[in-house]
Write a protein that binds this ligand. Structure first.
Ligand SMILES: *Cc1c(COP(=O)(O)O)cnc(C)c1O
Length: 353
């Protein structure tokens, strides 16, 4: 730490991203919930077409991406905000839409706590119940902005829209942020509720279901006034927040609905396969509607040992060694060959114990 760092950041503990190892031959990377399939061919074409205009600034309004998202969801342009990954949207939310603090579950996306600390937002941490569910009633007296991931991470458990509505109705003057990073893998999006609920802010990303994690494109859908607030912050921070290649990629990815449907249905099918196989081997696997499974509590192997042994076999998954998460590993759903390999290696690991 230098002598120049602002005192208020001295205690800031940053987010720890999953490892992004390069050049390890045969590595099966199932640790950061990326899509195993490459971007749509239409995306590659659109990006190639855009490269020659990189001498120009990108469109600060991201109009082409905004229009494609608005068309996909049947909302107005004024209801859509595009950002440099959804992490950037979340940072604006914590920075400017959490004056009364932020409330979120104890087990959820680790960045919420980091953003709260970064921007000096008061935190209310609400424990999941014993079965890792979000209990909506636990939020009824909370005045802070509520931030939940649906499906939640790393559990994969998804709330039905009726529960989201119950959360929204608890207090129509309280903002509810629903982070739908994984919604395309089996959940029902709350986007259809934005006209009815002015206190709803839905956040999504192209990183998971649209194979563009490296493109860094996220978006928000909400009432036009909330979107205007996000733009107020963006234009006070970094008006060209999304680069031209990513805007082109986002537009093409949203329009190639056939490719999107194929990829996501394959991921869902592979998830059901590996969840079933792991249960047969004695793992508890939470009911996931995401592109990962949270598996553990196997009598033959601790989650920590399973994580290490998979790694020795060139399979990288994610382990969160704190609290109740320590009994589980989070395994991203990959291509079928990767899931079959994971199953074979797991059988060997259990046999060895
Ligand atoms: C992956 C993820 C994000 C971040 O996505 P980016 O768009 O890549 O920044 C946000 N929220 C949750 C719950 C995630 O898992």
């Amino acid at each position: 730490m230098s002598a120049f760092l602002d005192k208020k950041l001295e205690k800031l503990v940053p987010y720890t991203p999953g490892e992004q190892p390069h050049g390890i031959e045969g590595l099966i990377k199932l640790n950061t919930n990326e899509n195993p399939f490459p971007p749509s061919p239409m995306v590659i074409e659109a990006v190639n077409r855009t490269v020659s205009s990189l001498n120009l600034y990108s469109d600060p309004a991201c109009v082409r991406a905004v229009e494609a998202i608005a068309a996909f969801y049947g909302v107005r342009k004024e209801n859509v905000f595009v950002s440099n990954g959804s992490d950037e949207t979340l940072s604006f939310i914590f920075h400017g839409l959490c004056e009364n603090g932020a409330a979120f579950p104890d087990i959820t996306y680790g960045f919420y706590k980091v953003f709260a600390d970064m921007f000096g937002v008061r935190k209310t941490v609400v424990p999941l119940d014993d079965d890792f569910n979000i209990q909506i009633d636990d939020y009824k007296d909370i005045k802070s902005t509520v931030v939940i991931a649906n499906p939640n991470a790393p559990t994969g458990i998804c709330l039905p829209l009726s529960e989201i509505e119950r959360l929204l109705n608890q207090d129509l003057n309280r903002l509810v942020v629903v982070d739908e990073a994984y919604i395309d893998f089996g959940g029902e999006s709350a986007v259809k509720l934005i006209d009815e609920y002015k206190n709803l802010l839905v956040v999504q990303t192209f990183s998971k279901s649209r194979s563009l994690a490296g493109g860094r494109i996220g978006f928000a859908v909400a009432d036009a006034e909330i979107i205007a607030d996000l733009n107020r912050m963006k234009y006070a921070f970094n008006p060209y927040n999304v680069n031209a290649l990513s805007i082109a990629a986002a537009e093409a990815a949203m329009k190639d609905t056939a490719y999107f449907e194929t990829c996501r249905s394959t991921v869902i099918k592979n998830r059901e396969y590996i969840a079933k196989k792991l249960r047969e081997l004695g793992f508890t696997v939470l009911d996931s509607k995401a592109n990962f499974v949270f598996a553990g509590r196997n009598k033959k192997v601790s989650a920590a040992d399973y994580f290490e042994k998979l790694r020795r076999n060139n399979i990288l998954v994610r382990y969160f060694p704190e609290g109740r998460s320590a009994d589980f590993v989070r395994i991203s759903v990959g291509a079928m060959e990767q899931m079959e390999k994971l199953y074979e290696v797991t059988k060997t690991i259990l046999g060895e114990m």
